[in-house]
Design a protein around this ligand. Sequence first.
Ligand code: HEC
Ligand code: HEC
Ligand code: HEC
Ligand code: HEC
Ligand code: HEC
Ligand code: HEC
Ligand code: HEC
Ligand code: HEC
Ligand code: HEC
Ligand code: HEC
Length: 328
Amino acid sequence: MLLMSRRARLQAALLLLAALAAIISASDLRGAQEQHGSPAQSAPAPNKPAEYVGSSTCQGCHEDIFKTFQTSPHEKLETDKKREWETKACESCHGPGSRHAESLSAADIIQPAKLKPAANDKLCLTCHLNQPTHAGRLNSSHVRNQVSCSSCHFIHKDNGNGLVARKLADINVQCAKCHTDVWTSFRRPFKHPVPEGAMSCVDCHNPHGGVIARGMLQTANANEPGCFKCHGDKRGPFVFEHAPVKTEPCSTCHEPHGSANPWMLTRAQVRFVCLECHASLPGPTLAANATLGSIPPALHDLRSPRFQQCTLCHQKVHGSYVDRDLFK
Ligand code: HEC
Ligand code: HEC
Ligand code: HEC
Ligand code: HEC
Ligand code: HEC
Ligand code: HEC
Ligand code: HEC
Ligand code: HEC
Ligand code: HEC
Ligand code: HEC
């Protein structure tokens, strides 16, 4: 007897898995709606396959969720004929619910948050694919590290208002929950005003992935650094470019999250930033094997305090309209 019932349970479980797989793997959920019976019908099933019962059935037992759903953006599914989930929106994500409505068992209904991250993403993307927010999504560090849609979007939270974090401070809290190390770097003395809630992580990062997959960075005008959205004066084009500002990321010289150094520089003093590259460049008037400033009395005698503040003279370190040596 015990064996029998175990097998029956196993069968039921397998059946459910098959039905689940059919729903998830169908490239279009609506497709699944039409053929939901087929995989189960071919098996010698003791139970009928689950069917769509409509949201009003769910309401019977999940009154609170049903009510709050009315204010959710997903309520459109319930009312909009064109989307083909009219009157059965709940089942657009949870799958056909007749079995669950009879058994009341959690095993008989899809709970998207319990799906594997890839399956969770796929479910949401049946409808959200190709939205502009997802450019590069499938190439992002989040998707490669099992951070699914349901890690950041909560369909039923706070009367549906928890679906998307919109307030800057709320977004930051959400990101900080996992990126505690990054959050602490915003405690440094020179930083972007993120902890104050005047900016958010999403000003610089696209959590869904970016055109440039590395760093999931936001871009301005197609593929320029997103920094230009706010620091447009650094964009140029300048008559005299400073090569690294054009060819390297801003983070070559700056720590964009926060730094102990003024101007969020990577080094405590400006000259050490410059000397990372320029120390090894031969000066024009020096011997070919010499390095800039290394041989007194060269123009740049670095022992002399006069030359230590590079940007006192080379003021236009991001590029100049008038001066080849970036003086003004
Ligand atoms: C007759 C009452 C009843 C009806 C009708 C009903 N449910 Fe449930 N539902 C329950 C109960 C009871 C649980 C808790 C099951 C458990 O925790 O074992 C539950 C749990 C769930 C869960 C959570 C499953 C999990 O893994 O945690 C989801 C999702 C769900 N129901 C969705 C629906 C949807 C969608 C419908 C309509 C198609 C629906 N329910 C209809 C009683 C019902
Ligand atoms: C857009 C997809 C989607 C729609 C539509 C949807 N749900 Fe959900 N539901 C989810 C996800 C995802 C979860 C997991 C928790 C979360 O992320 O909010 C969930 C969780 C649940 C739970 C479990 C809650 C818990 O605390 O364990 C129930 C019950 C439920 N939904 C019922 C419903 C009902 C009833 C409807 C229709 C009124 C509905 N859902 C419509 C995606 C959806
Ligand atoms: C059956 C189709 C469908 C599925 C499946 C679906 N959504 Fe949606 N989603 C919609 C529709 C329709 C809207 C309303 C906005 C619109 O018109 O595009 C929406 C809106 C949203 C929004 C934006 C809300 C806003 O305020 O702009 C988010 C975020 C979202 N869905 C997340 C999810 C997540 C996460 C999942 C997977 C758990 C999911 N959706 C599954 C159809 C769907
Ligand atoms: C790491 C967290 C995170 C993940 C993972 C994530 N999102 Fe988002 N999503 C956000 C944030 C934050 C916003 C709000 C962005 C803003 O206001 O600029 C957002 C916005 C949205 C919007 C609204 C778009 C708009 O322009 O208003 C939709 C739709 C959406 N996400 C769907 C999804 C789907 C589908 C997935 C899974 C494939 C997903 N998201 C994965 C954090 C995330
Ligand atoms: C559920 C946890 C979680 C949440 C929430 C989360 N992330 Fe992530 N994030 C990760 C993991 C895991 C990785 C990959 C490992 C790593 O680089 O730390 C990652 C990686 C990243 C990366 C590095 C990309 C790269 O190519 O190096 C950025 C940028 C990022 N997340 C930004 C965000 C932003 C912005 C938010 C808020 C909208 C956010 N994350 C929310 C878990 C999370
Ligand atoms: C001013 C723009 C800006 C803001 C605001 C910002 N970031 Fe970044 N972040 C960057 C840049 C640029 C990089 C790439 C640095 C590099 O090239 O190594 C980066 C790198 C990262 C990385 C991967 C490397 C690392 O340092 O771990 C993560 C994760 C990350 N950011 C998360 C966040 C989170 C979470 C927030 C909000 C609390 C945030 N960022 C706010 C610009 C920003
Ligand atoms: C959403 C707008 C915004 C974006 C995007 C942005 N910044 Fe900023 N940035 C600011 C604001 C506002 C301040 C002034 C902060 C303050 O005074 O507290 C600032 C200050 C700075 C400073 C320091 C200025 C000083 O006087 O100390 C540097 C360096 C900087 N940003 C670099 C960057 C880099 C690099 C990026 C891209 C990775 C970037 N910013 C993206 C808004 C932005
Ligand atoms: C070659 C190193 C280097 C690179 C690359 C660089 N910066 Fe700077 N940046 C500096 C230095 C040095 C200062 C301090 C200027 C001073 O001493 O007057 C500075 C200052 C700043 C300031 C604050 C003062 C001001 O002029 O507004 C901002 C904002 C800034 N940088 C943004 C950026 C952005 C955006 C990028 C990428 C497009 C970038 N920087 C790339 C070296 C660099
Ligand atoms: C990441 C490497 C890098 C850093 C850091 C850097 N530079 Fe440069 N710089 C270059 C390169 C490459 C050139 C172009 C050299 C060439 O065209 O021969 C250049 C050119 C210049 C020139 C113009 C030379 C000419 O053609 O007359 C000046 C002046 C200059 N840098 C000053 C600075 C100062 C001041 C700093 C520190 C704030 C700095 N650089 C930091 C790489 C760097
Ligand atoms: C007192 C003003 C002053 C200071 C401070 C200064 N420079 Fe210069 N720099 C000059 C002058 C003048 C030239 C030569 C211009 C010429 O001959 O065309 C020059 C030329 C350069 C050049 C271009 C060399 C070439 O190949 O043409 C570089 C690179 C440079 N300086 C880097 C630096 C660095 C790095 C620092 C800080 C360690 C620094 N400068 C500090 C005045 C200064």
